[in-house]
Design a binder for this molecule. Structure first.
Ligand SMILES: *Cc1c(COP(=O)(O)O)cnc(C)c1O
Length: 394
């Protein structure tokens, strides 16, 4: 493992929040692709799609430019009436809600469950009067959301559910891996995600027709094998058969992804180990609520989000600043989207209807978590955090 060069003011004790580690295999495969001269979508992309699907346990996958594009495409492929209601948690990444808007649909924001930080069935039921045509389920931090139960609560069949699994690669629930239900699941390979490529995304769905549609949609709606038209002997003709985006993957991304995939099981196991280590040191600390664990499922541990409550002493924002001074980078997932001016303008002020998100939003603190974090670094993060506690009230 190589270490990143130090930034001005950093010491070697610095603990970064996340790290985009590109494995030696990935670097080598990327060089090979560059030497070969075929950089955009081609054979390597097909190979990556197959191997990703195998890793997930899905029939096949469609690689695209980002998870955000994947969510938009998955929604477009449902052919809903423009302006139809789509349920989505407010405690999510803004891009996931932008994707609903870009698909011509209307986001209906859901509050989150105080314990799981994902959406629960009673909240979904309470929004049925909005007559949702689809729903986006988000596996917050890697905690496997109850996709099937939520679909039932929404009165939707699973094929109308889009799973935002930007955090969910490697998670499973009730013995089913995320990405293998009859929904459409969207993954992210953004620089900090569990399978980092830098940028990129993918979709899985068991529906072969939808898969074909997505393959065409990602490339301007051009007929299936349009990318082959520059191959020797290939024809120049193509058709535009569906509404399309420019959202294709590239062979350079695929090469990196293939080299990274070989390590993913090991990296996932390491993330789980680090989460255990945090749990062991931060459990039973008054004023700290640790991330929930699924009772029947596997957590993907993309993030380790704790909640800082008044009994701890300093508030979340004070902790972020104090930890940064002590060389510990943290982050916040997420600022609920209903707090952003754009969404307030679009959807109105929804603050009163989202009390749990409002409450937890100012308490959430994501601690450093990535597979190359050392045990020692976790211990230092915990020691620094606990040294900042001022009110050990019970
Ligand atoms: C990162 C993220 C996305 C967007 O992924 P991109 O690949 O960067 O488009 C969507 N949803 C959630 C919850 C995310 O964390």
């Amino acid at each position: 493992m190589t270490t990143a060069p130090l930034l001005p003011g950093q010491t070697t004790d610095h603990v970064s929040f996340a790290q985009c580690h590109i494995s030696p295999e990935a670097r080598e495969l990327a060089l090979e692709v560059m030497a070969g001269g075929w950089l955009t979508a081609g054979q390597r992309t097909l190979q990556f799609e197959e191997e990703l699907a195998r890793w997930v346990g899905a029939r096949t996958s469609v690689a695209v430019s980002s998870c955000t594009a994947a969510i938009e495409m998955a929604l477009r492929a449902l052919d809903l009436r423009p302006g139809s209601a789509v349920l989505t948690p407010t405690l999510t990444f803004c891009g996931a809600v932008n994707a609903i808007v870009h698909a011509g649909l209307r986001p209906v924001l859901l509050d989150v469950d105080e314990q799981t930080l994902t959406v629960n069935a009673s909240e979904v039921e309470s929004k049925r009067r909005e007559r949702p045509a689809a729903m986006v389920v988000q596996h917050m931090a890697g905690y496997p959301a109850a996709t099937q139960e939520l679909a039932e609560a929404a009165g939707l069949t699973l094929d109308r559910v889009v799973e935002d699994a930007a955090h969910g690669l490697g998670a499973s629930r009730d013995g089913r891996a995320v990405g293998t239900l009859p929904s459409t699941t969207c993954f992210s390979f953004y620089a900090t995600k569990n399978l980092p490529i830098g940028e990129g995304g993918a979709l899985t769905t068991p529906d072969p027709e939808r898969t074909d549609r997505l393959r065409v949609m990602r490339q301007h709606g051009m007929s299936k094998d349009a990318w082959r038209r520059y191959e020797p002997g290939a024809g120049w003709r193509y058709e535009v058969t569906v509404d399309g985006l420019k959202a294709n993957f590239t062979d350079l991304q695929a090469a990196i992804g293939l080299g990274q995939l070989a390590h993913l099981h090991t990296w996932q196991a390491r993330r789980a180990e680090l989460a255990d280590r945090y749990d062991a040191q931060l459990g039973d600390v008054p004023g700290l609520v640790l991330p929930p664990r699924p009772s029947d499922g596997r957590h993907a541990w993309h993030l380790y989000p704790i909640r800082v409550q008044p009994a701890f002493g300093p508030c979340r924002d004070e902790l972020i600043a104090a930890l940064a001074e002590r060389g510990v980078d943290t982050s916040v997932h997420f600022i609920p989207v209903h707090r952003f001016p754009y969404f307030r303008q679009l959807l109105g002020d929804l603050t009163p209807s989202l009390p749990v998100a409002e409450r937890v939003a100012d308490q959430l603190l994501s601690l450093p978590l990535h597979p190359h974090l050392s045990d020692d670094a976790v211990d230092r993060v915990c020691a620094q955090l606990l040294s900042l506690r001022t009110h050990p009230r019970r």
